[in-house]
Design a protein around this ligand. Sequence first.
Ligand code: FUB
Ligand code: ZN
Length: 641
Amino acid sequence: MESKNFSNHIELKNIKINDNFWNNYIELVRKEVIPYQYKALNDEIDGAEKSRCIDNFIKASKSVKNIREGKNVPVFPVDKWEYNDENSDEKSFKGWVFHDTDIYKWLEAVAYSLQNHYDEFLFNEAIKCIDLICSAQLDNGYLDTLYIINDRNKIFTDLRDKHELYCFGHLAEAAVAFYNATGNDKLLKATCKFADLICDIFNENGKRGYGGHEIAELALVKLYNATGKRKYLETAKFFINERGKKPYYFDLEKGYDRKDNSNDYFYNQAHTQPVNQKEAVGHAVRGVYLYSGMADVARAYNDDRLFNACKSIWDNIENKKLYITGGIGSTVDGEAFTFDYDLPNDLAYCETCASIGLMFFARRMAEIEPDSKYANVMERALYNTVLSGMAEDGKSFFYVNPLEVLPEACHKDSRKSHVKPVRQKWFGCACCPPNLARLISSIGEYCCTESNENIFIHLYIGSEIKSDKADIKIISDYTDSGKVAFDIKCKKDFTLALRISDTCKGFDISLPYTEKKGYAYIKINSDTLIDIQFDFPIRLIKCSNLVRENIGKVAVMKGPVVYCIEEADNGKNLQLLRLCENPDFRYDKPYIIAHGKRERVDTSLYSEYKSPEGEECEIKFIPYCKWGNRGENEMSVYIRI
Ligand code: FUB
Ligand code: ZN
């Protein structure tokens, strides 16, 4: 690797967010989302799909007690992804195979939130959950309620589909976060016991398998960083090395005999070894979790080949598979990446979790290689698809984040039934809401990183940062006026590296700097004040003409914020609107108003061509992340010009 001088994110305890825009979201997560999700986990929300998560832990805890007491514990089938009342026994596991992760992600969010704002009541509720989780752990360390309740003999026999290593990964992330935030190590100890079991089972002399849904890789690296136990790092590397080797482990465990040496398991990114992968394929969330783990392992082992695979996958996403909103995953079929430049607006998947995972990948890449392209994408995902995942009141969520919605199509066309025209209270498959909660409450970890001699500012969020190099106060009006001020109390010489956003037209920094790979470097050797003015005019952005849907259309952006049009502001049939080439934009926060034309409705299905007639009108744009807060209505990011 070019430089071994990697950077690390600043720990949450050393960064206090103080930013009008972000305080609002962080408080929303603390006051609304976390308590609301706790109710959801306990199945206490009327009209929402049942979670069954806590219920499964209670059942597993009883199984563990009965096993210890030598009592007969019933066996139920482990043969599906989803177990509901119709297809399973009342006493058996309920919900999706990965439902344990809901409480782990909730706990992780609680941990970050406690670090931002200590709350005795929340801490005590979290401890109750941790006690419950630990009581559901088998004596050998194994912990997954599906198998503990339903069938202990089938443990780790269906790695491709059953998510045990995925659940472990979220457990480990929660445990590390909770320990870091509170010093309470009960969950961490339980997790290490499970991790030890995993390391004993999966190795060169044991099972040579790996999870069908990745995340254990990055989680084991986190666990290694928290505990210093090297075998966790080695097992992360082992999972990445084994993945995609032929004969495929997934074939072996299912007893398939693949005679033709064909490639398979693109969906799980297991078609070939990660080190040989060059583009993003398959299930998007799995992909970005794997790529994050690859970046971690490449960094820890200084592995150039693996890092080059990460870079090539990154470039493929950034330049060919990324929606303007920072969404990824172009199809519901496998919730997956498709092919280069295939970015349909109305059929998009763009799962909230996928953009969150993209931020994980981006930060890791930025830590290894200081190039602004990573944080540019991180910012794009954050301000658009990630934030759009949650309603303004924090009480409902999008799983899928399309760029164009016609509610009637969502209701009547089954190809679009994955697109919900309004946010949902909760989901049977509820991966996204708790993922959002953990991301927003740990946003400080994405703002800046530091290496031996540099502090990198990736996101311009108002904050107070403490490091051994300096205490830095950032006052930010970034998304609005583009102004950011730094007040630096210097403790020792260092270089401040400020990301130059790819969405600014120009910028002005009050001190001399040198520019490299999208960062402006400023030497700091005494207390210093710096002002940056980013020029964020309202801009029309076009897509490559290889994206067929968007020919003749543009999107409107101001800084990193993508805008859209909604029926609530512009009436029905948004497809009839056209922007003037000189739209004379007016910014009236949060709206952008522009001049355009509305074509007259033409009900005759076919007629002789003549240039369309239309009348002048005002077109009102709203930030994409705010769409869908006024009931069910049409929405579009792209508009004809
Ligand atoms: O499989 C677990 C989670 O459920 C995935 O990450 C999401 O995409 C959803 O499929
Ligand atoms: Zn999700």
